[in-house]
Design a protein. Structure first.
Lengths: 127, 214
């Protein structure tokens, strides 16, 4: 079974890094890219992605606020907050939203670990 | 004229600040090394209290060439600015190191600005977050801004820090020898922040179990 992944980051480079890492583990998954929180919310309605990877430090609306918005659309969606800002408050706020914190630069291992856990959640919810 | 700082840190407090910066920069360097897949060599951080004027002059004397900097402001109990600075002529090489060699020169140039911003964002955030966590404090960190020009200009920007004439000036050299890229990371905090930093550092020293002033 393949899934649709929403990648939200205002940096094209950072989105490229996620796509590269994703290609190494789940190359057949669909990707939806968004460069802002507003684009992400449009993509959420239009494409109904299954999993979201969200940058924390973005202009206008940060990734934690966006994660809260995404939760309203899909309360069970696995969400990862990605950031080099590993302050405890950021990690705690991500956890409070039920999101996983992944440190930047994103490694293949940490992405794979998150996606495997996300798959367990999604497939557990279906069965 | 050299102005005297209004807040005086003890040797132990200065040592603690240097160690904090060392922790932060080491984490940042580890991340940079992962991004460029090459060892990043660091110098020991230099931490000094000096006037804003002297800090700007120090930077100006150190670098006369055109530079590029990624700039972020941090605000919280301590407020200041942090910069990742390197020669402008090597900026494309740094971008190439980060994005990989498979991109054409046209693609590299197109990506340069945001690749620099994202690289600086990762380096500066990881450094500042490490310091904030160690101090049990919380910092709001701005979005990265890419600046070009002479180093003296980078620390003259407003706003913050705008208050006070004395600053804590911190800088650390880094080098990626295989790619011949050298640069430095610099931070500047103003006077009210310095007093707050001293309070946080004293608390850190107490938590560490070392008698203050020993």
């Amino acid at each position: 079974m393949t899934y649709k992944l929403l990648i939200v980051d205002d940096s094209k480079l950072a989105r490229m890094a996620v796509v590269k890492a994703l290609n190494s583990c789940y190359p057949d998954w669909q990707r939806v890219e968004a460069g802002s929180a507003a684009d992400a919310l449009s993509a959420m309605e239009r494409d109904a992605p299954d999993i979201a990877l969200v940058d924390f430090n973005m202009p206008t609306r940060d990734g934690l606020h966006l994660a809260g918005d995404l939760r309203k659309h899909n309360p069970r969606m696995p969400i990862a907050i990605i950031s080099a800002n590993h302050q405890r408050e950021v990690i705690d706020r991500a956890a409070a939203l039920g999101a996983t914190f992944l440190p930047k630069p994103l490694s293949d291992e940490s992405l794979l670990g998150f996606l495997k856990a996300a798959l367990r959640d999604l497939e557990g919810a279906v069965s | 004229m050299t102005e005297q700082p209004d807040v005086v840190l003890s040797d132990l407090e200065l040592d603690a600040v240097t160690e904090l910066v060392n922790l932060g920069v080491s984490r940042a360097a580890t991340n940079l090394a992962r991004m460029v897949q090459e060892e990043v060599i660091l110098t020991v951080p230099k931490v000094a209290l000096m006037s804003r004027h002297d800090a700007i002059r120090t930077l100006g004397e150190r670098e006369s060439q055109s530079l590029v900097a990624v700039h972020q402001v941090f605000e919280g109990e301590i407020t200041g600015r942090a910069l990742l600075i390197f020669p402008e002529e090597r900026s494309l090489e740094l971008v190439r190191a980060v994005v990989g060699s498979e991109l054409s020169i046209e693609e590299l140039i197109e990506l340069e600005q945001e690749a620099l911003a994202e690289t600086g964002n990762i380096i500066l955030n990881s450094c500042l977050a490490t310091i904030a966590n160690a101090l049990e404090s919380n910092l709001k960190i701005s979005l990265p801004e890419v600046l070009r020009g002479e180093s003296s200009r980078f620390f003259s920007l407003e706003p913050p820090p705008s208050a006070g004439t004395t600053v804590m000036f911190i800088y650390i050299n880094f080098a990626m020898q295989r790619r011949d890229i050298n640069g430095y990371l610099a931070m500047m905090m103003d006077m009210p922040s310095l007093a707050a930093l001293q309070t946080l550092v004293r608390a850190l020293i107490r938590r560490t179990g070392v008698a203050s002033g020993s």
